[in-house]
Write a protein that binds this ligand. Structure first.
Ligand code: ASC
Length: 149
């Protein structure tokens, strides 16, 4: 498990650079970002179930979920090339019109999810709940501004 978490941490440093390489097709960018966001949502949701009290708190599981969320939070933002607001995408044109705002939302998510990961490592459930709430707000604000329903 330690090795897996270490690999994830290393991947988080390396993968955003790899992801900056151009996608061959805009369809590939859409698939890539949707995949990263889906994996992030799955693991964020697992922490959410603990935060809501629907699932018992298990430190190791939350730590693993938070590590994955943290890595995934760095992934999607380089996969919004111009012209990738395809019909199978919920991306709003504001992503490109207000790109700085969009990018800063992505940066904030990375800060929030790093805090969530730190809280998960500390084993302090109250801190996990607070960090989860902040990260959830950041998800919501991006969805409200930049994602079609
Ligand atoms: C989740 C999830 C999201 C966010 C968002 C927060 O668990 O999959 O996209 O939280 O709903 O408002």
């Amino acid at each position: 498990m330690k090795k897996m978490i270490l690999s994830l941490v290393l991947a988080s440093a390396v993968l955003p650079i790899a992801a900056n390489a151009q996608f061959a097709k805009v369809e590939d960018a859409v698939k890539y970002r949707q995949s990263a966001l889906s994996v992030m949502g799955t693991h964020f949701g697992r922490i959410g179930a603990v935060v809501k009290g629907d699932k018992p708190y298990d430190k190791a599981s939350v730590e693993r979920d938070a590590a994955i969320v943290e890595v995934m939070a760095a992934m999607p933002w380089s996969a919004f090339p111009a012209g990738s607001d395809l019909s199978n995408s919920k991306a709003k044109p504001e992503i490109w019109k207000e790109h700085e705002k969009f990018a800063s939302n992505g940066d904030k998510l990375q800060t929030d999810t790093a805090r969530l990961s730190a809280a998960a490592k500390s084993g302090d459930l109250a801190a996990i709940k607070t960090a989860f709430g902040s990260a959830g707000q950041t998800c919501k604000s991006c969805h409200d501004n930049f994602r079609n329903k």
